[in-house]
Design a protein around this ligand. Sequence first.
Ligand SMILES: Cc1ncc(C[n+]2csc(CCOP(=O)(O)OP(=O)(O)O)c2C)c(N)n1
Ligand SMILES: [Mg+2]
Length: 532
Amino acid sequence: MTLRAADVLAMRLYEAGCRYAFGMPGGEVLTLVDALEQAGITFVLCKHENAAGFMAEGTYHRTGAPGILVATVGPGALNGINSVENARQDRVPLIVLTGCVDADLAQTYTHQVLDQPQVFRPITKATFTLTAGAAEVMADKAVGIALEGRPGPVHIDVPISVADAPSTRTGLTRAPAVPVAPAGEALIQARDALRRAQKPLIIVGLDAMHQGAEDAVRQAADMLKAPVITTYKAKGMLPECHPNALGGAGLSPKADAILLPVVAEADVILCIGYDPIEMRTGWQNPWDPERQTVIDTTAEPNHHYMHQSTLNIIGDCSASTFALLPDSAREGALWAGQAKKAITEAFAEPATWGPGQIIATCREALPADTLATADSGAHRILLSQMWHCDFPRALTQSTGLCTMGIAIPLAMGQQIVEPERTVVSFSGDAGALMVAGELSTAAELDLKTIFVVFVDASLALIELKQRQRQMGNRAVDFARHDFAALARAFGGAGHTVGSKAELEAALAAAQNSETFTVIAAEFDRKAYDGTF
Ligand SMILES: Cc1ncc(C[n+]2csc(CCOP(=O)(O)OP(=O)(O)O)c2C)c(N)n1
Ligand SMILES: [Mg+2]
């Protein structure tokens, strides 16, 4: 059988573990879609390329294989770019396949034509234009670059006639990159500092999540008897039921007011894959390298200058951490117990109806192994504190780019991989409206996902910032829409709730539903005041 270049590309992606591609075809990617499906990769037709990119991220979280976004020339490619930059800032391995006109034709034809590689270059780790002769090596490079170091998006522009051109498989693959643990002077210095620490602290971030360092984190916590702070996308890297876990940081000023003093008080800080791309200004230079010893184990060197460290150990943060740990547990007790108590009290379930009670009620009602997603807005700041996570990726969200419109498709992508698992998304009402059309895709795929919407008829987070600046109320209020009816319009179940009892009943029904469910949890504007 003669292979097309698109077949060679698709086969290599299949071998990388990819089983789903998301997007919307146009005439320029028909061969690509055909090749992907023939290689065993299911093409999921989405209603917006940006949502497709987020669904692709969802599959990565459940499989470890890169997600695939497919978009056609021009408008299709450009519709997806927010999700591509999200993949860059959230370190998501994403293969972005776009169709384009042939190079020869582009000299005499202008309709829908733009310089796509130029658009994607600053928001991807690499961009290729497929050639038939190098299709396999380009696919191999794309997968490697997407997954290695800090993962991220890689773009391949596929000219129409190249997709159809005959190509061959060369079988060319690289030897796998082997993680190397630190040695020599740096190792001695780091081990020494950790052995002598009186108040050691561990900070865990995105690199640790992507590199699967949860065993290293747990062992470090136990051996060093150190409290552990995670970023909010790394929540669950140490089960939050563990006595050392102080929860997620970086979003909530109330939580940071408790956690940043712990950071300042520590004498030795071990950062395990802590990538500060998730963090705001409060986490710029949160420690004093003159006074504190900071051992920073990261996937890539520090070019961010958000902070400085005593030692920056580059590589696999899991291998590095195991090498640094003392042979026996540190003498002395776990410290910062007050901070754990203060955090727990600060984010306890409130006695009255509102966002806090909605989150607590969902957490109680849904199984411990639920996969949750959050959108951007006021709701997720509170959710990131209150949503208890006992395993990595229990709560996923956009924490680098912080885009709206991600929670619903990100949940759907995960549900596609694990159809029987409880998957719940939490969105603000504006964020839900951005991607409401994808409820049609949830119906078409028979997903049983639960979509919770915080209905306050407000861009609550922006309204809060506007008020804090003593500005007039402008462009932040909108109408209260009937999200439950929207669900029913697409063939799903819909419930509108305004009390804990109603929410409990809706959650029970949702867990037994044969279709997806939207739960519209309604409350008044300004309900987040003082909560985070
Ligand atoms: C795509 C995108 N547009 C705009 C913003 C800026 N933004 C951040 S939060 C927010 C308000 C979101 O409102 P809603 O979804 O209702 O959530 P709430 O804050 O009310 O919980 C906005 C507009 C963003 N982060 N992403
Ligand atoms: Mg809102």
